[in-house]
Design a protein around this ligand. Sequence first.
Ligand SMILES: Nc1ncnc2c1ncn2[C@@H]1O[C@H](COP(=O)(O)OP(=O)(O)OP(=O)(O)O)[C@@H](O)[C@H]1O
Ligand SMILES: [Mg+2]
Length: 292
Amino acid sequence: MFIRPLSRQRSPMPHQRDDAAGHHTGQLHIAVEKAAAGANGPAKVCARDVKVFYGEKQALFDVGLDIPDRAVTALIGPSGCGKSTFLRCINRMNDTIPTARVEGRIEIDGEDVNDRGVDPVLLRARVGMVFQKPNPFPKTIFENVAYGPRIHGLAANKTELAEIVETALKRAGLWEEVKDRLHQPGTGLSGGQQQRLVIARTIAVSPEVILMDEPCSALDPIATARIEELIDELRSQYCIVIVTHSMAQAARVSQKTAFFHLGKLVEAGPTDEIFTNPRDARTQDYITGRFG
Ligand SMILES: Nc1ncnc2c1ncn2[C@@H]1O[C@H](COP(=O)(O)OP(=O)(O)OP(=O)(O)O)[C@@H](O)[C@H]1O
Ligand SMILES: [Mg+2]
């Protein structure tokens, strides 16, 4: 494997709700006993006391959140509340912003992603990212997907590489549409197809976590439905975190929802509870469209 072996030690155990600093509240032990896939499943990513500054300006305040494995976690909240900033902490994309400074801990399977021994390039293969605007490389469809496995040495030969590409395109639900045009440019696909190509490119390097920052906001309703179906299929294998401005989308695709407001995590919990019985008035106002 191209990744430094991880300690398989699991992070602090699941719980019903996180408070703003990530401390467990309520019915913890029951949740632990029943730990299963979904909002209360074992945490893959644990954030504790995460603060992010851009120069002097603080964008995130003491965020604590457990993100379950094999489930979809939705990050919601008004524009500018820090959703993308938080997402970028998980794969250290904030490192690429010169003014950004991150404090606190982000652990994946108990390992601090900011540890000196963690190579950000390898981390970003473990933690793939899909952006709002589909961004295929200016290469062929095949090369878009083959690129990552090739640079990480995941295939022993051309046949194996072709198999990885085919499997990734099949999992991304794109194979049937592109199998006869693999050597045409990826940029020639429709927006929805490009987004599935980007997802195929992401999963081709066998990530553990997939971050999606408003992956459907540039797509029409049909392409959006296709991506949502795909997210639902992928969740059995990955830890997925999605930022969305669509309450309906968060409710459809996620098992856990975290609501951010003005750089703070207001509350997080099982999606159905957040949408039907939020604890905080700000969450209630947001999900009912009173602000944002
Ligand atoms: N590169 C940057 N340099 C300086 N400030 C930034 C930078 N990126 C984000 N910010 C600021 O940090 C805060 C959080 O921004 P962020 O992009 O994380 O919000 P968001 O919740 O993703 O918003 P949106 O829903 O509009 O995408 C905002 O005040 C924003 O202006
Ligand atoms: Mg954003």
